[in-house]
Design a protein around this ligand. Structure first.
Ligand code: URA
Length: 434
């Protein structure tokens, strides 16, 4: 079998057989296919797509490379939560603790930031001491102790996805519906879950921006899940402006903690409660959605989720004191304020541009395995729909290096649109597909 023939066939819209997909994945992971051929192959998939059979074959091939985590001796249902990626999306840090407060085990196998979007893995790694490099059995002990855990892709659970995702990230093929669906299901199913809620983002800050494409991704996740014998619920949520106010790894951990103290931004809280409620109700189908939602609201506001988050940090070796003392998290050395050039309404905040600006400040990777700066980011002072005065602060940029500040601040300024009329509000939850 020659790799170049597979690339050419996919490039020209042809189908691949199961053995050919297996061959490509096995040989790439073994280091026998160079990155330049693998990137060309992924780019061919980006343009030509995959058939339903290829989707299934690809995911099963990834899953066959390592046994999934066996959580059968842990009590209660096991539910996963994943996001297709957004800007300021720290919902996993809130949803995981909330859901696990109900006795459901939540194993989260998280990814690094991709393209302009942030990754849950990068966020928790900003907590001093928090160890995401656990072996499968160590992860299981964390789940037993805390009821939830967050790790990155590991060689003993998901040997291929880390390599493939990093390659996609640095070679421009992240935004592919079949590759996103495969990556999410292969990661999550390796964690031994029984069901999964996927937050499918739509809008300028999402990897898949148009509603029609987001719906297609949501449906692909549900149908691929079904073929793999797992219940998947896709919740299509808004990502046209950043979620919450904070964008940047440590800043987002701080905001998640605030939200679990009952003081989170309304959009972040509403989205997190909806996702958590969908997970619990999938695991406890006899209850009404309303009663589950009430319970989630209570657990968020009575300190239970916060307590669970503390247990998670402790179980993974992190310093739980960060919850009372944010100065123990990485903090940037300098600030730069962006003010409004005129009075009016904030009519749009391009999440894509905000995400790109935060990457420029150092929060994202230009190359595979590059170091990122966990302290940098942006905190929004206003969101879409707010009335503002000329000269009023729109947001603050937190940075360490001057090098890209000028370019990043220009991008942030351009991301804010100010108009004389109040814009129509977009819904936070667009659709549920199951
Ligand atoms: N999340 C993933 O795990 N993979 C993707 O490709 C996109 C979002």
């Amino acid at each position: 079998m020659r790799v170049v023939n597979l690339i050419q066939r996919k490039r020209d819209g042809g189908d691949l057989a199961r053995e050919e997909i297996n061959f490509f994945l096995q040989e790439y992971v073994a280091g026998n296919i160079p990155d330049y051929q693998a990137s060309a192959f992924l780019m061919a998939v980006f343009f030509s797509g995959l058939t339903e059979q290829e989707l299934l074959d690809w995911t099963e091939s990834l899953l066959s490379m390592a046994p999934a985590l066996d959580l059968s001796d842990l009590p209660g249902p096991k539910m996963g939560k994943h996001s297709t990626g957004g800007v300021g999306d720290k919902t996993s840090l809130i949803v995981g603790p909330l859901v696990s407060c109900t006795g459901i085990t939540v194993p989260i196998i998280a990814g690094q930031g991709l393209a302009h979007t942030g990754g849950t893995l990068d966020k928790v790694q900003s907590i001093p001491g928090f160890n995401t490099h656990l072996k499968a059995q160590e992860f299981k002990e964390v789940l037993r102790k805390a009821g939830l855990g967050i790790i990155g892709q590991t060689d003993d659970l998901t040997p291929a996805d880390k390599k493939l995702s990093s390659l996609r990230d640095t070679s421009g093929s992240v935004e592919s519906i079949p590759l996103i669906a495969i990556s999410i299901l292969a990661n999550e199913l390796a964690g031994g879950i029984e069901g999964l809620v996927v937050d499918v983002k739509t809008g300028s800050g999402a990897l898949v921006k148009k509603m029609t494409d987001s719906r297609r991704l949501a449906q692909t996740l549900v149908s691929l899940g079904k073929r793999l014998g797992k219940k998947v619920i896709s919740v299509i949520t808004d990502m046209d402006q950043p979620l919450g106010n904070a964008v940047g790894n440590a800043l987002e951990v701080m905001e998640a903690v605030e939200a679990m103290r009952g003081a989170g931004p309304a959009d972040l809280v509403e989205t997190s409660l909806e996702l958590a409620a969908r997970m619990v109700s999938a695991a406890q189908p006899d209850r009404t959605l309303e009663s589950v939602k009430e319970q989630m609201f209570q657990l968020l506001n009575d300190g239970s989720a916060l307590q669970k988050f503390r247990q998670l940090i402790e179980a993974q070796g992190g310093n739980p004191q960060i919850m009372e003392s944010f100065e123990l998290l990485p903090n940037a050395s300098a600030e730069f304020v962006i003010s409004s050039p005129r009075a009016g309404y904030v009519s749009r905040i391009s999440a894509d541009d905000i995400g790109q600006a935060v990457m420029l400040l150092g929060a994202g990777r230009e190359k595979m395995n590059a170091h990122i700066d966990a302290a940098v980011g942006i905190v929004l002072e206003h969101k879409v729909g707010d009335r503002i005065q000329a000269g009023e602060r729109l947001c603050t940029i937190y940075y360490n290096e001057e090098a890209h500040l000028e370019e990043a601040s220009q991008m942030v300024e351009d991301a804010f649109h100010i108009s004389s009329t109040q814009p129509e509000a977009r819904p936070l939850i667009h659709e549920i597909i199951q």
